[in-house]
Write a protein that binds this ligand. Structure first.
Ligand code: DQA
Length: 152
């Protein structure tokens, strides 16, 4: 029985549309959710799209994915650059992980160039704005079709 893909969003992503629109664009997180769900439907996948400002809640959702999801698409926001707890949770999840960022973090401040998510991720998509969520769904569909069960 296929399970949904968890599409997890970290801190401040609830402010999409009003937050630094020159960096993150004008779409709201709800707009991004709708386009992600629409793309997933065309691929025959279900998504469970969530956002939290809490690191602990994000860790809890990644733990939940072990049982309840076939894969994880994660935009961990600023926790990407700080959270060993998220890396540990992803490493334990035994699910394919795609790291996602709206902005091209490598064109930005040096502190955004390091990611604690990347070592646990199959791949990284960044710099394409909301379109990146659709690209991530497509990439996840390919991974699942190939039978990927974890990030290694
Ligand atoms: C982000 C990039 C992070 O560096 C930043 O802290 C965010 C958003 C992105 O989607 O571009 O909150 O993950």
């Amino acid at each position: 029985m296929p399970k949904p893909i968890f599409v997890l969003n970290g801190p401040n992503l609830n402010l999409l549309g009003v937050r630094e629109p020159t960096v993150y664009g004008s779409e709201t997180l709800d707009d991004v959710r709708l386009r992600t769900e629409a793309r997933a439907r065309t691929m025959g996948l279900a998504v469970d799209f969530r956002q939290t400002n809490s690191e602990g809640e994000l860790v809890g959702w990644i733990q939940e994915a072990r049982e309840k999801a076939d894969g994880i698409i994660l935009n961990a926001g600023a926790y990407t650059h700080t959270s060993v707890a998220i890396l540990d949770a992803l490493s334990a999840a035994e699910r394919p992980v795609i790291e996602l960022h709206l902005s091209n973090v490598f064109r930005r401040e040096a502190f955004r160039h390091h990611s604690y998510v990347s070592p646990a991720a199959q791949g990284l998509i960044c710099g394409f704005g909301p379109k990146g969520y659709e690209i991530a769904v497509e990439a996840m569909a390919d991974l699942l079709a190939k039978g990927a069960s974890k990030a290694t």
